[in-house]
Design a protein around this ligand. Structure first.
Ligand SMILES: *Cc1c(COP(=O)(O)O)cnc(C)c1O
Length: 353
């Protein structure tokens, strides 16, 4: 595909890496491409980063036609730059697009957009372990009418944000509250799609959890309010005795690439991993009997996030004495070793540029 590149006349400097935080600083450029039905995607371009202009009736502003992805470019120990399983993000973005009736993008084109853009912004990939260039592809409906109908015009963009280490202060287990009022999505809904609307619907419960002194909520399924689904915007895993349990992908759960990678690493280590329904009752009795040894969330941003406290109703349970478990730590070490190119990649997951 042809990508026209217009470089900025006023490049900026990367802030000190220890001051980066998450999603606050953006690189010098952004990628944009437009779509019209009958014409397909056109005008692929990398331009100086800046504001965009939308018609006030643009579909995305009224009817929420928006999907996104999140992945990172990592600085390897040897100075090179690599992505982690980028084709998984490409495929997932198209599955999300299909669910939201937004136009899909050719897989190879999308991969080429990602690599061309990261090469253009190479100097923005920070160097310290744990830091990365966070990539945010997103796609939205952009018809200029209030009529409710299939999208005829859309825009795809890619922006990037150099980000600090998620665990700058060390890996501290978080407190989580089981949410029994709000639900994130339902089977048949948009749970498996990475769309902005799922996040908008989740914010209220997350805020309430924070007010009660927890970092996030543990979501239950929307039909029976019985089965564990995800934690905040991460997938979730439990070590119950010798079994590793993670909720099966029923349609209301986002199929995380970190989740998939954790499962593959755990299986290669000889663990029994069950993707199955896990009821909150089973979870509570595992906590009461002491069989729940470890619990953690997993996602691209944190890699793994150990859960040290879990509240249900007016009871609170402490997991592994509130400390990170040995297996959670091991998973973190294996995945980050591969991602940051500190160790070999026996799975063939990294994609060097
Ligand atoms: C993105 C996301 C995840 C994690 O997916 P990764 O591919 O591992 O980053 C989990 N849950 C939700 C709701 C998400 O949006």
């Amino acid at each position: 595909m042809e990508i026209k590149i217009t470089k900025t006349a006023t490049p900026s400097e990367m802030p000190p890496e220890e001051k980066l935080g998450f999603g606050k600083v953006f690189t010098d450029h952004m990628f944009i491409m437009d779509y019209e039905s009958g014409r397909g995607w056109y005008d692929a371009r990398i331009v100086p980063f800046g504001r965009i202009s939308l018609h006030p009736a643009s579909t995305v502003l009224h009817y929420g036609a928006e999907i996104f992805e999140g992945l990172k470019a990592y600085r390897r120990a040897d100075g090179g730059v690599q992505l982690f399983r980028p084709m998984e993000n490409v495929k997932r973005m198209n599955r999300s697009a299909e669910r939201m009736s937004l136009p899909e993008i050719d897989e190879n084109d999308l991969l080429e957009i990602l690599t061309t853009f990261v090469k253009t912004e190479e100097k923005w990939v920070p160097r310290s372990f744990g830091t990365s260039l966070y990539l945010r592809p997103f796609l939205f409906g952009n018809d200029e009418t209030l009529g409710v109908h299939a999208v005829h015009r859309a825009t795809f963009m890619l922006i990037a944000s150099p980000s600090g280490s998620y665990y700058a202060e060390g890996i501290n287990p978080v407190g989580i509250m089981i949410e029994s009022e709000d639900v994130r999505t339902v089977r048949g809904g948009t749970g498996y799609a990475k769309c902005g609307g799922n996040y908008a619907a989740s914010t209220r419960a997350g805020e309430r959890a924070v007010k009660k002194g927890y970092s996030q909520v543990l979501w239950l399924d929307g039909v029976e309010r019985k089965y564990v689904e995800e934690v905040g915007a991460m997938n979730v895993m439990f070590k119950i005795g010798d079994e590793i349990v993670t909720p099966m992908l029923t349609g209301s759960i986002l199929p995380g690439i970190t989740r998939k990678s954790c499962i593959e690493v755990l299986k290669s280590m000889g663990y029994e991993v069950s993707e199955r329904l896990l009821s909150v009752d089973e979870l509570v009795s595992a906590m009461e009997s002491g069989k729940l040894e470890e619990a953690w969330g997993c996602g691209t941003a944190a890699v793994v996030s150990p859960i040290g406290r879990l509240a249900y109703g007016d009871k609170e349970y402490v997991i592994n004495n509130g400390k990170i478990g040995a297996l959670t730590q091991k998973l973190y070490d294996v995945l980050t070793g591969i991602q940051w190119g500190k160790t070999d990649d026996p799975f063939g997951w990294v994609y060097p540029l």
